[in-house]
Design a protein around this ligand. Sequence first.
Ligand code: BDR
Ligand code: CA
Length: 321
Amino acid sequence: AHRVLLDVDTGVDDALAVLFAVAHPEIELIGITCVAGNTSLENVVANTLTVLDIAGAPPIPVSAGAQRPLIAPPRASHVHGSDGLGDLGLPVSERVPDARHAVDLARDLLLASDRPVTIVALAPQTNLALLLRLHPEVAPRIERILFMGGSASGGNATAVAEFNVWHDPEAAAVVLDSGVPTFMYGLDVFNQVTIDEPAARLLLESSSASERLAGALLHFQMADPESDDAHDPSAFGGHIGDAGALCALVDPGALRVERHPVRVELGGESRGQTVVDRRRRVGEDTVHAGGASVAHPVDVALDVDVARFAGLFLETISRLP
Ligand code: BDR
Ligand code: CA
């Protein structure tokens, strides 16, 4: 099984990912760290605890981390509803968050583990950057960081930048330059994976509370058929979003992955863009830099078997109460 530490900003699609992580037999979820992003830190923690309740999860430490990006200004987002979870009126959990700061919880879990841990990051990477800067001794304990973020094509927060990287570009740069192996589950694949409307509707009628929650969240995530996202109305459905990054962990064979240097733009209009260098030949820039490569290689997911991930998602959450 993959031993996993999740970093989230729950968040409608983060909630789908938490359901998946709790349910999948090949995932051993050892902790969840929370960061401000989709919604306020307070909402993120409360939402995460509520989802764990509905999933019937065993006690898992959940802790609050960074309230704002390293350097960028804090920005409230309302894309996921005013509570960050689609305003579904879900009950407040009685679970108590871990008293440690997310960075301390992550350090403690990594140092206590007898084998390397995979960090799956579904949010702005502020907590991870702080962890790697404050406690560099944990780096060898991290098997890799699989992150939802970035894009090898266009953006969503801006024309060129994906939200998680755009929200805290300096943090993403710290993570990519850390030397820890990284895997990028970016918009190139993230935007593709949907559950079609009839299947999402069936979830709403399920006797399982977890499936009903997934159905409600997927309906919240349904692309407006008039929007840019919905070029093909027959493919109308709800995005599984961040849950796809966990599908990537357990079923990497459904992806086309290439290893390329990736750099984060920190200035100007393209701030937050992930520049994926897909050239096969040495370019003028490398020649003039004396052959020195500037960016670490990242495994970048570029294409996905959508039906396979959609099936994996539905099958996995069907295990929940
Ligand atoms: C990312 O931003 C958030 O809205 C989603 O939860 C996902 O992590 C997509 O750009
Ligand atoms: Ca997220």
